[in-house]
Design a protein around this ligand. Structure first.
Ligand SMILES: C[S@@+](CC[C@H](N)C(=O)[O-])C[C@H]1O[C@@H](n2cnc3c(N)ncnc32)[C@H](O)[C@@H]1O
Length: 299
């Protein structure tokens, strides 16, 4: 474990997520490095939601807010709601073995500028750092184009607060040499969108996220039954499934399996301070050994 990984700043679940991820990156680079003379490809690290490098929001503001799709810049942030931790970008750059290219993406210009400044000591001629202020979905499509040339192997980290990742974007990574860790906002957002009576206000968002049609989503998360009302009329009522948070993770993993051959069946469960699952961190790859390593780290 590197020195930087010992700094236990910030929320427990944030640290747990970043520790698991960094551990995998270390293993990935060790293996790539071992075979570097045989490999005909260059390596890419792609972080689609990189942040500013060291600051995020506490559970308090993230999960008690009704504006489900807003990025944290739009919140009225108070100092007490900010936690400080070492972000993934710096942890990855601190690993001894290196990628050929590092792509750091964030839609917030202030965050990207701050990160670029923070990481300037890592500038080096042996590898290239690229900072882009852009929607991750657009950059994923560009990555997918590059991956289809077969000249690269990429490790992708997608760590958004919410449901920003469109299914149509990651779908383009099919049949490429891409390993991906992805954060699924199971408990914190999706479960809240699946209301008890199947009146899905954000169905378009759910469709874009899962890459499924309304009818498929409803069928998966609701059981319909007949009830007789006071006027002796028969009504069709819907009941939300039991253990919806686990089911959300399961469905997303099933979808990931349509793109990647190997996906962790048991993702890392991240819980808030009340022990409620808020996110699931899943791993996908076309390489069976990679999945084995990721599963061991999760365990
Ligand atoms: C959870 S933070 C990332 C934390 C980071 N992985 C770390 O280790 O410190 C999520 C980031 O995603 C950014 N973001 C939100 N929507 C985005 C989008 N559509 N494309 C790219 N970045 C986005 C936010 O500005 C925020 O900085």
């Amino acid at each position: 474990m590197t020195n930087t990984q010992n700094k236990l700043w910030g929320g427990d679940w944030t640290e747990k997520k970043l520790l698991a991820f960094t551990k995998y990156v270390e293993a990935y680079l060790t293996i790539i490095n071992k075979y570097k003379n045989q490999n005909k490809w260059e390596t890419i690290y792609f972080d689609g939601f990189v942040g500013c490098g060291d600051r995020g929001l506490s559970d308090n503001i993230k999960y008690n807010n009704n504006n489900l799709f807003h990025t944290f810049k739009e919140y009225n942030i108070e100092e007490k709601d900010i936690i400080v931790y070492e972000g993934a970008a710096e942890r990855v750059l601190n690993i001894e073995n290196k990628f050929n290219y590092y792509y750091f993406i964030d839609s917030n210009k202030d965050s990207i500028d701050k990160l670029k400044n923070k990481l300037k000591n890592f500038e080096n001629n042996d590898y290239k750092l690229e900072f882009r202020c852009c929607d991750a979905n657009i950059q994923i499509l560009k990555l997918a184009e590059a991956m289809k040339t077969n000249n690269y192997a990429a490790l992708v980290f997608l760590d958004p607060f919410g449901m920003q990742i469109n299914w149509k974007s990651i779908e383009q990574l099919k049949d490429t040499r891409t390993d991906m860790w992805i954060l699924i906002p199971t408990g914190v957002i999706i479960n809240r969108l699946l209301d008890r009576n199947m009146k899905l206000m954000y169905i378009d968002k759910l469709e874009t996220f899962f890459g499924l049609q309304e009818a498929e989503i409803k069928e998966y998360f609701y059981n319909e039954h007949k009830e007789t009302n006071l006027f002796n009329e028969t009504e069709i009522k819907a009941r939300k499934v039991e253990k919806p948070i686990q089911k959300i993770a399961k469905l997303y993993i099933k979808q990931l399996n349509t793109i990647w051959k190997y996906v962790t069946e048991s993702p890392l469960i991240l819980r808030n301070s009340n022990n409620v699952p808020i996110y699931h961190l899943a791993f996908a790859s076309n390489n069976g050994v990679a999945k084995k390593i990721a599963s061991q780290i999760i365990k």
